[in-house]
Design a protein around this ligand. Sequence first.
Ligand SMILES: Nc1ncnc2c1ncn2[C@@H]1O[C@H](COP(=O)(O)OP(=O)(O)O)[C@@H](O)[C@H]1O
Ligand SMILES: [Mg+2]
Length: 472
Amino acid sequence: MAAGKDPLPPYFNIDPAEAARKLSDPIDTARFAKAAAFATKGREDLARRGYAPDGKKRLRRFSTWEVCRYLIPVAPAHFRRVLKKNPDLPQGTGEGNSKWFTLEEVLTLRRYFAAEGASDREYLPWRPEGLPAKIIAVSNFKGGTSKTTTTAHLAMSAALDGYKVLVIDLDSQGSLTSIMGGTVEDEWSTAFPLLAKDYALALEEENRVRAAAGEPPLPFDETLTEALGVSPRNLIQKTHWPNIDLLGAQLNLYWAEFQIPVWRMGLRSWPLWDALGNALANERVLYDYDIVFIDTPPALGYLTINALAAADILLVPLGASFLEFDSTGRFFDMLYSTFASVEEGENAARRRAGLPEIKFEWDAVRAIITRFDAAQQTDLANVIQAYFGDFMTTFRQDMTAMVGQAGEQVNGIYEADYRDFNRDTYVRGRETFDRTWAEVKELILGTWWRDLQLMEQDEEDRGHQHGQAQEA
Ligand SMILES: Nc1ncnc2c1ncn2[C@@H]1O[C@H](COP(=O)(O)OP(=O)(O)O)[C@@H](O)[C@H]1O
Ligand SMILES: [Mg+2]
């Protein structure tokens, strides 16, 4: 075909007058309400056609092969012998050699092996007694970097490993909440009331001081009064995973981004960044769990700042591309300036008041490459690795078709039934998330261990001081 006969690309010869005729009138605010109303109708229509989830998620069962391969380190033959000898133990369902077990049953079997099995095997994951849960925040201000996917998979790996997990969704889009099958009516079933309560407590304290000085109290509105009656345990819901609980999110949670600065204006001394951490610590929620994972919105707003300030470990997922590397660098820069300015402002006031200074500190921070395509991105990933150094996990989370294929009932690799996939695809896909978990678990165990040493050192020092005091 002659070059001249090729049709022109579509962006030539657009007639402005014709384009203007196609336009509707300018869009006013009310038009969004109309779009939302249409979307609601469409949603109902889709639900009638069977596209919507039935709202009840069910976790699949796990086969003998999976249990012995991935969950409890025993040989299948030994596993079967133990079950046969102990008819009280869960026997699983299904014909033939391969039985299928619920996760509850797996957890029961795991406890049995831990109590009765070989002592040199790790049947139960290690966790120091008497220490609070480790809090891991997954954050980056760019969207689509696999924050939610990584958080969900980590929570599920930790649960399969036998840990008791709390996931907190701080993204008002509520993706993690959907994955965990959560239902959230409004902002009163999200982290919002916990933040409000922290402010209300600070305000109460301030008003006590004012009353003592004969000053009028600062106003206390209905929201704050209501928040005072809220307890985190009433907000946390069970999920279809027996050992994962959820503090969910919903669109209205976004309101916190507007409300928090208003509160802070009302009471400049309120440490707004500590609200979530306080809520988890004050009522000892952290002692109900082993690990808390927090998914954050793609922004460095007040919710994310709360997640980061509460976190022991910060994970920053990014893709191996120039743009994601660049924006992650800026994210670190923003973290630096945000927290440094909080420290500066706070410590200036604290020095004046003769109080000890504050300092933000994390046990560990790791950037992690996600959706990695070794064939295309190895060079770039190596460069990124070189620049981030020990700020980066050595492991890269591969792109896998098994994540994209998540359906309404099934989310990600751990919920999928391996029989639906080619065995190699399954094993490789699963391995990439297992290895992500292994690196994060190593950080958790290492920092717990370090905490234990510090605690013991502390006790020793106190004992020593006590001895000296007695001598004197
Ligand atoms: N390892 C992976 N392989 C394939 N797709 C992935 C992987 N990780 C994430 N995705 C996909 O990338 C998209 C963005 O992931 P998501 O976790 O929602 O990112 P974020 O929470 O950072 O916005 C989703 O469609 C998700 O299914
Ligand atoms: Mg997300």
